[in-house]
Write a protein that binds this ligand. Structure first.
Ligand code: AMP
Ligand code: ZN
Length: 120
């Protein structure tokens, strides 16, 4: 999608630090990490948020969650634990309107989310 930052990252016109790639997903490091591991996992196709996810997105969702697990394994946090966060809309503080999952780990995370633990 034109003017979408994460479409630019997926397409390569905006630089990013890749963690891994699958058929339908791309994972890269958050530019402002809130934890020792802070990776964003996005679908290669443009979806605005969870609000755009329905029955037609089962395959892309399965791929995204496989990518999330692969990121955790690659970053060595599968055993220690991690948090998967997706912000939807204004009250959640969604800044980039391309569906993305924050994968946070490498330290003990507080719950409920406060400050940087929210992942945004
Ligand atoms: P949010 O939309 O609130 O879930 O958060 C968007 C996230 O994207 C924030 O954690 C930002 O630090 C991150 N971000 C913004 N621009 C970039 C970029 N060019 N490369 C990597 N991460 C980014
Ligand atoms: Zn996009």
């Amino acid at each position: 999608m034109e003017d979408c930052l994460f479409c630019g990252i997926v397409g390569g016109s905006v630089p990013s630090t890749a963690v891994l790639e699958t058929e339908r997903s791309y994972a890269f490091r958050d530019i402002k990490p809130a934890a020792p591991v802070h990776v964003l996992v996005v679908p290669k196709e443009h979806l605005g948020s969870v609000e755009d996810v329905g029955a037609g997105q089962t395959e892309v969702l399965a791929d995204l969650f496989a990518a999330i697990r692969a990121v955790a394994a690659k970053e060595g946090i599968s055993e220690s634990g991690y948090r998967v966060v997706t912000n939807v809309g204004e009250d959640a503080g969604q800044l980039v309107h391309h569906l993305h999952f924050h994968v946070l780990g490498g330290r003990s995370l507080r719950w409920p989310p406060k400050g940087s633990d929210a992942g945004g």
